[in-house]
Design a protein around this ligand. Structure first.
Ligand code: PMT
Length: 398
């Protein structure tokens, strides 16, 4: 990060003490760091620590009370390649989302031409409050990048989501952002991941064992290869943050199809690794079904085939890659899917391979193209598989 100009905004939360470590990491990586603090944040970390570590004066008020000089928010905004607000409190996020400007940090945010990244930190009930969710959505729509909070022990003694991302992760996010490659339309990829859940009633659903690990590994490998990624995922415990990642969470196959329909035309490649439930109840009950005698069995109907929709609705020269999860007649079944869904590649994995497919960290796959088998990738980490698959796809695209 040699010579990169990073502006750090510190607001008044207990996680502010960790910013000393963040500044040290950034300075060790030879970045230029300037800091602006809200007045409240100096209760949590001393401006002297911040200015000593960053080797720059710290802006707190609109003017320096000792010298009478103006702390020019426009100059800060013009200087910064990226403005990282960490920790970002509920109060500051609310003001940013609603155009309120009562301190130097906010005035600088509203003057920024480069990107702003917020790193929220707060108690779990605040983090889940609809007002916070509304405000963070507004910021995302305004083009602000968000490093989501993590789960863990909170200053209140409670456990849950709201912990600020660790300084090492914030630093690596900033570094990925600042070293990102120029964006081209042909570098956008749409990936589906995880299972879908098909509601039976308000408490039950049909689903499968997919963890989302394969899809998230693909997203990570694609981001590292310089793609922008729309990751459309069913319920998953996996997490991934990156400036070029747009994560879209969905539940059912219908939701997943809607999301794919929204993003597909922006992509040049689609990788469909989700384990989409093929069937859903014909009608989801509004109330919990009772086990009364003589109750009709649940009537199922077919879900839309998302992969087939994408393949039949290509724009330009979009490449479509499907997965096939088989239990028997593996190769034969995979090749039928390749032909019937008109795919460029199909990635076969079999439940007969111990340690592969659902849930675990490893997979074993065979990749087929229109001309036949391309390669078998033996049992290995899903991320390694993903990296090799992205390489193969990139040669396809050439
Ligand atoms: O999530 P993990 O625990 O890491 O597990 C990874 C995985 C086993 C789920 C993954 O490697 C995998 O095989 N994904 C595809 C699973 C699957 O549903 O396969 P399928 O053979 O039923 O479907 C064929 C293809 O059509 C798949 O690309 C699937 O995403 C797609 N499909 C299927 C049905 C449907 N209604 N819409 C679809 O888009």
């Amino acid at each position: 990060m040699y010579g990169k100009r990073i502006l750090l905004g510190i607001t008044g939360g207990i996680a502010a003490y960790k910013i000393a470590y963040l500044i040290r990491i950034l300075k060790k990586q030879e970045a230029e760091v300037k800091c602006i603090m809200t007045p409240a944040s100096s209760d949590f970390i001393s401006p002297l620590v911040v200015s000593t570590l960053s080797k720059n004066d710290v802006g707190i008020e609109f003017w320096n009370k000792d010298t009478g000089a103006w702390n020019n928010h426009v100059a800060y905004a013009e200087w910064a390649e990226v403005f990282v607000i960490a920790p970002a409190t509920m109060n500051t996020i609310g003001k940013m989302a609603n155009g309120l400007c009562d301190n130097l940090l906010l005035a600088t945010y509203f003057s920024m031409k480069g990107k702003t990244v917020v790193v929220p930190a707060m108690d779990l009930d605040m983090y889940k409050h609809p007002a916070f969710e509304r405000n963070i959505e507004t910021l995302r729509n305004d083009g602000v990048l968000v490093i989501p909070a993590e789960s863990g022990e909170l200053a209140s003694g409670l456990e849950g989501e709201g912990r600020m991302s660790e300084p090492e992760q914030i630093a690596s996010y900033i570094s990925s952002y600042l070293s990102r490659k120029p964006k081209y339309k042909e570098k956008r990829i749409c990936i589906t991941a995880g299972p879908t859940q098909e509601a039976i009633d308000p408490v039950r659903y049909i689903s499968n064992h997919s963890s989302g690990k394969m899809g998230f590994a693909l997203a990570k490998a694609a981001l590292i290869a310089g793609f922008e990624v729309d990751l459309i995922t069913g319920p998953s415990n996996e997490s991934l943050t990156h400036p070029d990642l747009n994560r879209v969470d969905v539940l059912s196959a219908d939701d997943m199809l809607n999301a794919v329909q929204k993003y597909w035309s922006n992509a040049s490649i689609g990788i469909f690794s989700a384990a989409v439930a093929d069937f859903k109840p014909e009608e989801a009950s509004d109330v919990k079904l009772k086990k009364t005698n003589g109750q009709d069995p649940i009537v199922l109907k077919q879900n839309p085939d998302i992969l087939k929709w994408a393949s039949s609705n290509r724009v330009n020269n979009q490449k479509v890659i499907g997965f096939a999860l088989e239990t028997n007649n593996e190769e034969e079944n995979a090749l039928v899917k390749l032909r019937q869904k008109n795919l460029d590649l199909i990635v076969l994995n079999s439940t007969r391979d111990t340690g592969a497919t659902f849930g675990g960290n490893q997979n074993k796959v065979t990749i087929f193209g229109k001309q036949g088998k391309i390669e078998t990738l033996g049992l290995q980490d899903k991320f390694k598989i993903a990296e090799q698959l992205i390489e193969i796809i990139e040669t396809l695209d050439a």
